[in-house]
Write a protein that binds this ligand. Sequence first.
Ligand code: ATP
Length: 356
Amino acid sequence: MNIAALISGGVDSAVAVHLLCEQGYKPDLFYIKIGMDTDDGLTCTAEEDIELASATARKYGLSFHIVDLQQAYWDNVVAYTVDRVRRGLTPNPDVMCNKLIKFGCFDREAGQGYDKIATGHYASTLDIDGYTWLATAKDPVKDQTDFLAQIDYLQVSRLIFPLGGFLKEEVRDMALKASLPSARRKDSQGICFLGKINYNDFIRRFLGERPGPVVELETGKVIGQHRGYWFHTIGQRKGLGLGGGPWFVVDKNVEDNIIYVSHGYDTEKQFGHSFCVKDFHFITLNPWKEQETEICFKIRHTDTFQTGKVCFAEDGTLQVSSEEPIQGIAPGQFGVIYDKDARLCIGSGEIRAKIY
Ligand SMILES: Nc1ncnc2c1ncn2[C@@H]1O[C@H](COP(=O)(O)OP(=O)(O)OP(=O)(O)O)[C@@H](O)[C@H]1O
């Protein structure tokens, strides 16, 4: 089998390569460049990544290639991110990077001659009745299926995730035992293009600042000032600069540039019981036969799943409801739906609205 392995310079993808080699495969290794060379302050730690990735390739006698997808990344993922933030929504660049760059543009540029594409994601695949499904990882804390929930059937049926059956500690142990060049490297944090800079600086660069009031939802009282609604997301607690907290962002008025907050950990306003998703994307197929089906779901990257039910409204909108309170439902976030046992990831869609 002909395998292309995506390697980042981090410990996870190096162990994925190690495991493939132990199974007798000789994958070709690919590093994707997505930082912007010409753009001060907005580059990733590419040099160190490339050094460690190529050292792993040398250790196993594998070929190593660099694929430059910087322009595609900026045209697709950065453009999507700025568009959503401008509209007052909460984007998820990692989801779009997987869909459009790692498994989209990469495939068109370099991946086409390969039977399988391997990555160091914590996820797995399961074949059931002749269909391949995206499935969760053994390590619930590291599970990354929520970041993969926009990939399509062609993509999932060609992917392999060698780390799916391991816990993070086991992966770190394997890296140390095999003396991998990246064994002692710290985990990377989220969004690559933000590698070195702060998210607010990134947003400020595109959208500038526009001061406006912070209003207490219950009383209508102005209790502070913000620098632009795009710096704040529903569910946010930190970085509001208000005394006497905790305060949570519970709503935004984009037209009038108002941020609404509510006080206290238990403030009901930060919870909902239901939300709707437009244009829900099924990764493999629609498995729901009943009008209403029990499922698990996530609306952000957490290590626990919530339980609930889904049904389709007449206009094709998917409605997700839960008896447990759902914290910080923010339009733009991906609602990721799993089967009832949180084993299979069924698909995802952007949250349109919280339903009261
Ligand atoms: N720049 C890159 N080039 C090629 N593949 C990448 C790159 N960045 C990430 N990947 C692939 O995507 C997988 C998930 O990346 P992510 O950054 O979300 O997780 P991670 O746990 O930090 O992985 P790692 O420890 O391998 O860096 C990586 O294991 C790797 O296979």
